[in-house]
Design a protein around this ligand. Sequence first.
Ligand code: IYR
Length: 224
Amino acid sequence: MSDVPHIPYTALPALTDDERIARATAFRDEISTRRSCRMFADTPVPRAVIENAILAAGSAPSGANHQPWHFAVVESAALKHRIRLEAEAEEAAFYAGKAGQEWLEALAPLGTDSDKSFLELAPYLIVVFGQRRGGIEPGADRKNYYVTESVGIACGFMLAALHAAGLATLTHTPSPMGFLRDICGRPSSETPLMVIVAGLPAGDATIPAYATRKKPLEQISSWL
Ligand code: IYR
């Protein structure tokens, strides 16, 4: 090893193999109940839930530990309204044919359409940006690495954290989504990657049954 400062890695508990299997199974059971929700209640949610989910996301691994992400939390009704209008304009064109037949056929079992009223109803829209440049120090302007991969992992952590806190989530990706940079006042070196919609599900929320169809282990893994 190099001689850069190291500290002991002691965070993991000592467990028996049976305990490890039980924990892995319990986590799988819990996270596999998460569903993408498109019907939200306007019930307020404490800001501390979102802050902690952002900190959980911020603990994700990243290229050179540069943490190339920014989370713009939109709670203002006026800004949510603007985002809804812009997103619905993009989605109207998308569903009217811009997406192409193959894409629209792929989405058909989910029953999605250009109505994005959840963008106004949900208490929080977390707009996730990837930073092409940055580095770890405030105000730094170094090149960042594996930005998409790093931000994707951070978003996974965030979804898991919000789910653990009992919130419904949706990863929403209007295309193109450059308008989010303007609305959130972010610099041109940042690229909006997704909107994470977070809140309580509407009392009568439903999900497309198709979304519960998950591939079995044999289909998603090989053991060599
Ligand atoms: N962004 C559109 C379309 C859409 C695309 C994919 I890929 C999805 O998994 C779901 C939706 C929309 O939000 O409706």
